[in-house]
Design a protein around this ligand. Sequence first.
Ligand code: HEM
Length: 510
Amino acid sequence: YRRWNKTSNPWGFPGPGLVPYIGRIHDLPPECFWLKLKEWADKYGGIYKTQMIGWNFVVISDESIAEELFVKRSKKYSDRPIVPSLIDSKSNHGMLSYLPLMGRNEAWARQRKWAHSFLMQAAATQYKGIMDFEYKHLLFILLGDPDNFSFHIENANSKIMCTLAYDDPSPSPEMRLSAWNLLRQMSPNGPLTNLVTPLWRLPLLLNPWKRSEYVRRGIQQTFWMDLLNGAREKWQAGQLRPCWARQYLDLGEKSPLQGDFEAHSAIGMLALVGVYTVGGPAQYFLTAMITHPEWMAKCQEEIDRECEGRPPTLSDYRNLPVLRACIKETMRWRSPVPAGVAHELEADDYYRGGFISKGTRVLPLDWAMMRNETKYPDAENYHPERFLEPEWPTYKEPLTEFPTIKGMSSFGWGIRTCLGQTLTQDALIVLCGGLLWAFNAKHKTHPVTGANIPISLKTSSEVITKPLPFEMVFEPRSEERKAAIISNWLEAEAKDTKERQDFLSAAASH
Ligand code: HEM
C-alpha cells in the first residue's frame, strides 16, 4: 500500500495518505467539507495534494502561492473542472449556460467580456437608484414581516438583479428559487452523483439524478427564455427601459452574444449570480451585529453622524469606514465561498520542486486564507478594528478609501476573478447601512424564560454559503425612525410609479 501510495503520488507535495481509487473522499464530510480541508492545511502547509475518486487536487491556503499560480501562471491555471451533475457545465459542447463554470474556451472569453462591460456600465449609471429603491422597500417590508427576513433579504437582491437584467422585478421569487436549485445541483452536498461520479454514467432509465437534472435545466432555460421574450415584446412596443436585455436587443446582430440561445442564458445567469452572493453576507452581517452589539452601536453612531438622519447611499462611502470595516470583517470571519472556486490546470507544471499534472483541480481554500494568524491575529473572532487601527497588520490608509472588500481573496484569482465585486460592495453598504439606520438587530427571547435564543454561527454547506436559519428581532430604533421608514418607501414608490408612467407616455407618443 505504501508503495502504491508513493507511485500514485509522485508529486513531491505533502498530503494525507490515499486509499486506492477513492483517495480521501471517505474523510470529507458533505457538510462544511472545507473545515476538513483546513485541518489538513494546518497539518500539511500552504500547498498540499490529495485525491478524490480519481481526481487529483492541490489545495492552496497561502495567498502568495495562490498569486504565483493563478495570477503569474494564469495561462495554465484558469480552466474550470467539470461539475459532474450538470449537463455540459464547461460549455465545451455548446450549452453556453453558466459563465462562472465555463472552461477557458471561446464562449467564456466572449461572455466574460460582455458581462464585464455590463457590470461596469451598471456601476456607472443604472444600479444605484435601483438599490436605493429596493432596499427602502425591504426596510418597509421588515416592519410588517420581520420573521421572514431571510427570504425578504434574498428577494430584495433578486429584485435588483431582475430589474438590472429585464427592467422587471416581478420574476424575483422564481429567480431566487432558480439560483438555489442550481447552487444545490453544483454543490458536493447536492446530488450523490457529485461525489460518486460513476453513477452519472448509468443509463437514463436507471439514473434518477440525470433525469431530475434534465427537468431542472429545462425549467431554468424556459424561465430565462420567457424572460427574454417578455423583454422583447416590451422592447418592440418601445416600453423597455435600459437593462441588459435591452442592450442586447438594441445591438441586434452587432451584439457579441451569438443570438437568443446564448443571450437568454448569459443574461439569466448574470442575474442569478447576484442573489445569494449578496444575500449570504448580508445575513452573516446581521449575526455579527447581534453577537457584537458594541460594533452595531459604533456603526449606528457613524451613520447618524455622517448621514444626518437619512439611510446611507453610495455617495456616503468615503465617510463610513466603521461600517465598511464591519462588512469586510464579516466576509473574512464567515467567508461566503469558503472552499473557493476550483481552477483546473491545463498543462503539466512544476512548482517548488513538486509536479502538478494537467487536469489537477487547484483549490484556493478561502476559509484557511481568512484564518492566517499572521495576517489576521485572533482570526477565529470578529475584530473590525483590524481595518481601523494602525497596530493591526491589515490596517491601510486612507480610511476614506479603505477598508474595501474589493480585491479580497474571497472573490477569487487571476483572469477568473469575480466580476461582481463593485456591485457587491455597493449593495452591502446600502443594505447593511440601511438595516442599521432603521433597526436595532437583537436576539429573540424565549417567551417563557425571557432568555436570549442563541444564534447558531454555523453555515450552510453549499458552495456559496449563508447562515443556517436563525431567529432575530428587528427593533425600529425609534418611533420617528419607524415613521421615516414608511414615508421613505411611500415617496420612493410614488416617484418610481411616476417615472414608469412618464416613460410609457413618452413611448406612446413616439
Ligand atoms: C460576496 C459576493 C461574491 C463573492 C464572494 C463572489 C465570489 C466569486 C468567486 C470566488 C468567483 C470565482 C473566481 C475564480 O475562479 O477564481 C466568482 C466568479 C464570478 N462572479 Fe462572483 N462573487 C460574488 C458576487 C458576485 C456578483 C454580485 C456577481 C454579478 C452579478 C458576480 C459575478 C461573477 C461572475 C460573472 C463570475 C465568473 C468569472 C469567470 O469565471 O470568469 N459575483 N465570484
